[in-house]
Ligand binder design. Structure first.
Ligand code: ADP
Length: 238
């Protein structure tokens, strides 16, 4: 079997389509998407509400099945992957950051951050060491014993980013990361994401907020389930 190399794209979607069906309506949420994300890219995808951004992120994150097409992750086709194998791959290779943080309210910040490592079977000492390191790095080292509800929105999002990094995944998927934050905390979160990208992490961010696209190395736009080059003013190009 060919071993993937750094030159193998991290993500390759070919002709990926996804439909949502109810009794009376069929919605094409993803329409024959071709997308390649290379190692170390910071890809930002913008688009109006309902254009398919969250669906794309869910498919990329192996959280939703799709109807047609092919998805390769680090060169490996995911066709026929069962739910357990998908969960294992997701847990080790992909970190998620969501608009509403999705922290577990009755677990401490430390336990929330360490959860992906616990799921992956890491031992307690390794979890403790990494959680403390990540929390310090993200400026919430003094909040590890708190519950998420005792943290500000910005601190909760930093805890969620720490959790996303717990298993040191190569890919971070980020959905409207500042949508629930004040502007100062939002700017701090965006600085953190840019820093993680500079350190070599691959980031794919989706947002309807055009002002969040500035740090990205590539920008695309979703329109009615299709991916297009982002429409940006020429003075805004990098
Ligand atoms: P965005 O993230 O850009 O707001 P979504 O990916 O959430 O867009 O939605 C894309 C399209 O799919 C929309 O038309 C939306 O109404 C539809 N959709 C999303 N989730 C579902 C679902 N669970 N059932 C039916 N339709 C859905």
């Amino acid at each position: 079997m060919n071993q993937p190399t750094q030159t193998t794209p991290l993500v390759q979607l070919h002709g990926v389509s996804k439909f949502y069906r109810t009794d009376s309506v069929e919605t094409c949420a993803l329409d024959a998407i071709d997308l390649q994300i290379d190692h170390g890219e910071y890809l930002a995808i913008t688009g109006r509400s309902g254009s398919g951004k969250s669906t794309l992120l869910s498919v990329l994150g192996l959280m939703e099945p799709f109807d047609h097409g092919d998805y390769r992750f680090a060169g490996r086709s995911l066709a026929g992957l069962d739910a357990r194998a998908a969960a294992s791959l997701r847990g080790r290779q992909i970190g998620f950051v969501f608009q509403f943080f999705h922290l577990i309210g009755d677990l401490s910040v430390a336990d929330n951050i360490g959860l992906p490592m616990a799921y992956a079977g890491a031992d307690r000492a390794a979890i403790k060491k990494r959680v403390e390191w990540l929390a310090e790095r993200l400026g919430i080292g003094h909040r590890l014993g708190h519950l998420p509800g005792q943290l500000s929105g910005g601190q909760q999002q930093r805890a969620a980013i720490a959790r996303a990094l717990a298993n040191d995944p190569p890919l971070l998927l980020v959905d409207e990361p500042t949508g629930n934050l004040d502007s100062e905390s939002g700017a701090e979160v965006m600085r953190l994401l840019a820093e993680l990208h500079r350190e070599g992490r691959t980031v794919c961010l989706v947002s309807h907020d055009l002002s969040l696209l500035g740090d990205a190395s590539r920008r695309l736009e979703m329109r009615d389930g299709r991916l297009l080059p982002a429409a940006v003013a020429s003075s805004d190009r990098r």
